[in-house]
Design a protein around this ligand. Structure first.
Ligand code: TYC
Length: 107
């Protein structure tokens, strides 16, 4: 615990905090879909279900978030997994003839 003892604000007496500051967690990345006017809604829902392992309900909710807000998060992953998702989604959309774009941002 920290905060109640003023000594804590001057010195790191909290074992958990001291531990956390020494061990760096690897960064996570949000994988984001961008809206466009051409990609069909059912294609996007199917894509979210298969590439991001979402249920039909969750995939539909994410698709409408993207449609209404211009972008939406499909999942959060370590860097290499996020990079693979972005590449596979963009490749699948392009091969299917749709302009849908996927990108990643540090969480
Ligand atoms: N806006 C598209 C439409 O009305 C649907 C869509 C949703 C497209 C999400 C891309 O990432 C996307 N058909």
């Amino acid at each position: 615990m920290s905060g109640s003892n003023p000594f804590d604000t001057l010195y790191d007496t909290d074992a958990t905090t001291a531990f956390k500051s020494k061990t760096q967690e690897p960064p996570l990345y949000k994988v984001i879909l961008l809206n466009d006017d051409f990609t069909p809604m059912d294609f996007v829902v199917d894509l979210i279900m298969s590439f991001f392992r979402k249920s039909l309900d969750d995939a539909t909710r994410i698709m409408f978030n993207v449609h209404n807000d211009g972008r939406g998060v499909c999942g959060v992953y370590p860097r290499e997994i996020a990079e693979t998702k972005v590449f596979e989604v963009n490749t699948h959309a392009h091969r299917s003839g749709y302009p849908l774009k996927c990108l990643m941002e540090q969480d």
